[in-house]
Design a protein around this ligand. Structure first.
Ligand code: PMP
Length: 391
C-alpha cells in the first residue's frame, strides 16, 4: 500500500527546531519557533484565559455537539474584535475553525469550489505554510515580491505586480506582524491595493494571525477594515493562537464578507464537514467568555499591551545593540518592524554560522522571533550577528 510513498521534505522551521533540540550547548537560543515568550523564556497562559477557564470549570456545561459553524457566541465576538462596527453588516459569514491554519484551508477550499482555476498570490517572502495549504486545496500559487532593500514593504513593487492578478484570483495579504519579515503594509499601500482589487476583480484574503502584537488592536486591524469597506468580496482568516495565547487549543475563524451569504454559509459548513466536521470548543468558549465579560476583557487587553510593549522594547534594545557593535544603521529595520518576527539581512550561510558557532537558531531566510528574546541575551545576539557578518 505505502511502498511508493515518499517522505515529504521537512518544513524549514521544524528542521531548524530539530537541530536546536540536538544542540547540547547550555547557551543555545531558540529564535525560530513562533511563540511569544516572557523574559523568563516561558509562554504562560494569559491571566484572562486562566480566569475564564476557572469560570467555565464551575459552570454546569455540556460537551454535546454544537454544529458545523462551531460556537456562535465566539463567532459574533471574534467578528466584532476583528471588524469593529463593520461586523454588523448582514453580508458577513463567520464560522469557527481549527485555528488560523484551518481558516486558511477552508477559505482556499471555498475558492477552489467556486473557481478551481484560481491562483493564490503570495508575498515573497511568505509564511512557510501558505503555499502548502493553498496547494493542498488544489489551487496554484504565484508570488509577488514584497520587500525593498531596506527590508520594508515596497508599495510600488507590490501594487505593480498584483495588477497581474486575474478576476477570481486570490490576493493573500497579512493584516499585521507580517510573517516572516515583520514589515507591515502602510495605509497607503492598503489604499492602493483596494484600487487594484477593484481594477482586477481579484479577491483579498487577509490573514490576521498577530492582531494586537504590533501597534494596537485598532491600528493592526485598520488596513484590513479599510479593505473590508472597499472590496466587494473579501475573506479573512483569523488565528487566536498568538493574540490569546491559545496555540494548542486551536482556535480561529474564517470570515467571508460579500454577496451571497445564504450560499456561502452552507458551502463553508459543507467543507468543514468533509474535513473534520466540527471544530474543538474549548478555546472558542474561552474567547467568548473573555469577550463577554468587561473584567476579563480588560485583563486580556492589559496583558496583550504588556506583551506588545515587551516586543517593542526588545526591538529597540536589539537595534541599539547592533548599532553599537557594528557602528552602522544596517539593522535599524528591526526597530521599525512590527509583530513577533524580523528578517535579519543575513545570508543562509551566515544564519547557519549563527547556529553552528553561536547556538543561536533562526531560519535560513534570516527570520528571528523577536518575541522570544530575553533581555540578558540581547548583547550576545548582537555580538554574534556582528561576528558572522564581518568575516
Ligand atoms: N498565518 C500566519 C501568518 C502565521 O504565522 C500562522 C502561525 N504561525 C498561522 C497563520 C497559523 O496559525 P495557527 O494555525 O496556529 O492559528
Amino acid at each position: 500500500m505505502f511502498e511508493s510513498l515518499q517522505a515529504p521534505a521537512a518544513d524549514p522551521i521544524f528542521a531548524v527546531n530539530a537541530c536546536f533540540r540536538a544542540d547540547m550547548s547550555p547557551r543555545k537560543l531558540d529564535l525560530c519557533v513562533g511563540v511569544y515568550r516572557d523574559d523568563h523564556g516561558s509562554t504562560p497562559v494569559m491571566r484572562a484565559v486562566r480566569d475564564a477557564e476557572n469560570v467555565l470549570a464551575h459552570r454546569s456545561g455540556s460537551k454535546a455537539y454544537l454544529g458545523l459553524s462551531g460556537n456562535d457566541t465566539f463567532n459574533t465576538a471574534i467578528s466584532g474584535l476583528v471588524l469593529g462596527d463593520l461586523a454588523a453588516v448582514d453580508n458577513l459569514t463567520t464560522i469557527q475553525t481549527i485555528a488560523g491554519t484551518g481558516a486558511l484551508r477552508i477559505l482556499f477550499e471555498l475558492v477552489h469550489l467556486a473557481n478551481p482555476g484560481s491562483t493564490v498570490w503570495l508575498s515573497d517572502p511568505a509564511y512557510a505554510n501558505h503555499a502548502p495549504v493553498a496547494r493542498a486545496a488544489g489551487l496554484s500559487v504565484a508570488r509577488y515580491e514584497y520587500l525593498n532593500d531596506s527590508g520594508q514593504a515596497d508599495p510600488d513593487l507590490v501594487a505593480c505586480q498584483l495588477r497581474n492578478a486575474r478576476r477570481g484570483d486570490v490576493m493573500l495579504l497579512q493584516a499585521s506582524g507580517h510573517n516572516p519579515s515583520g514589515a507591515d503594509m502602510t495605509m497607503d499601500l492598503w489604499r492602493s491595493l483596494a484600487e487594484v482589487v477593484s481594477e482586477t476583480g481579484a479577491v483579498p484574503l487577509v490573514d490576521a494571525a498577530y492582531l494586537g502584537l504590533g501597534d494596537s488592536l485598532e491600528t493592526d486591524a485598520a488596513g484590513l477594515r479599510y479593505m473590508a469597506c472597499h472590496a466587494e468580496t473579501m475573506m479573512i482568516a483569523v488565528s487566536c493562537s498568538k493574540t490569546f495565547g491559545l496555540y494548542r487549543d486551536r482556535t480561529g475563524a474564517a470570515m467571508v464578507l460579500g454577496p451571497r451569504p445564504a450560499t456561502i454559509r452552507p458551502a463553508l459548513q459543507q467543507i468543514a464537514r468533509s474535513l473534520y466536521s466540527m471544530p474543538p470548543d474549548h478555546g472558542a468558549t474561552i474567547v467568548a467568555e473573555i469577550m463577554g465579560s468587561a473584567d476579563l476583557f480588560q485583563s486580556w487587553e492589559e496583558e496583550l499591551a504588556a506583551m506588545r510593549q515587551r516586543i517593542r522594547t526588545n526591538r529597540e534594545s536589539l537595534a541599539l545593540a547592533l548599532q553599537e557593535v557594528t557602528q552602522t544603521d544596517h539593522y535599524d529595520r528591526i526597530q521599525q518592524h512590527k509583530g513577533m518576527f524580523s528578517m535579519l539581512p543575513l545570508t543562509p550561510a551566515q544564519m547557519l554560522q549563527l547556529r553552528t558557532d553561536h547556538s543561536i537558531y533562526g531560519t535560513d531566510d534570516g527570520r528571528v522571533n523577536i518575541a522570544g528574546i530575553r533581555t540578558n541575551e540581547i548583547h550576545r545576539i548582537a555580538e554574534s550577528i556582528h561576528q558572522v557578518t564581518r568575516l
